[in-house]
Ligand binder design. Structure first.
Ligand SMILES: [Zn+2]
Ligand SMILES: [Zn+2]
Length: 180
């Protein structure tokens, strides 16, 4: 759904729709929708700001990504209100840095308006946690044998380092003895 700035100048546009998985490219690794995204809200021009578009509403979607630690599927439920602002690049807004730090999320658009799918992608990425893990206490993958330690505790990290140390110690002791 595309919001043309000239149409918004006449009246605000309302939306209430479902977007199937695959229609929005999240451009973020393996990040994907698990189910249809649901969203409702409106797009409107901001009064007194030349060509500035405000898109606000609510979005609900179940997302999936590879867990940062164990690479199994990690699931996230996004269920949030949003209000994002877009200024036209060609009004010179793109050059100045007059964006208040306290202001809501501000983006820019090129051309005639804003594509809803781009707004939704941005909002979903904002709503996701920085660290994407399958669970807070995910134990991750063993760097030695590659075992997913959530499924089975291989115990080889401590064992391997212990063995290496004791082997070194033995060598050192033997070396001492040879000298004598
Ligand atoms: Zn994990
Ligand atoms: Zn291991």
């Amino acid at each position: 759904m595309f919001f043309h700035v000239r149409d918004l100048d006449v009246r605000a546009a309302r939306f209430d729709l479902e977007i199937a998985p695959g229609q929005i490219d999240y451009q973020d690794g393996n990040l994907r929708q698990a189910r249809a995204l649901k969203t409702a809200g409106k797009a409107e021009l901001v009064t007194g700001a030349l060509g500035e578009i405000r898109v606000s509403g609510h979005v609900t979607v179940a997302m999936e990504d590879d867990c940062d630690r164990c690479l199994e599927t990690a699931r996230f439920l996004v269920d949030s209100d949003f209000a994002l602002y877009y200024r036209p690049v060609d009004e010179g807004y793109g050059d100045d840095k007059e964006i208040d730090s306290g202001e809501a999320e501000m983006g820019f658009y090129e051309g005639d308006g804003v594509e809803l799918n781009d707004v939704l992608r941005e909002q979903v990425l904002l709503a996701l946690p920085m660290q994407r893990v399958c669970s807070e206490d995910c134990k991750g993958i063993c760097p030695v044998c590659g075992q997913n330690r959530n499924q089975r505790d291989c115990q080889c990290q401590t064992a391997a380092s212990d063995d290496r140390w004791s082997a070194l110690k033995e060598l050192a002791i033997k070396g001492e003895r040879k000298k004598n």
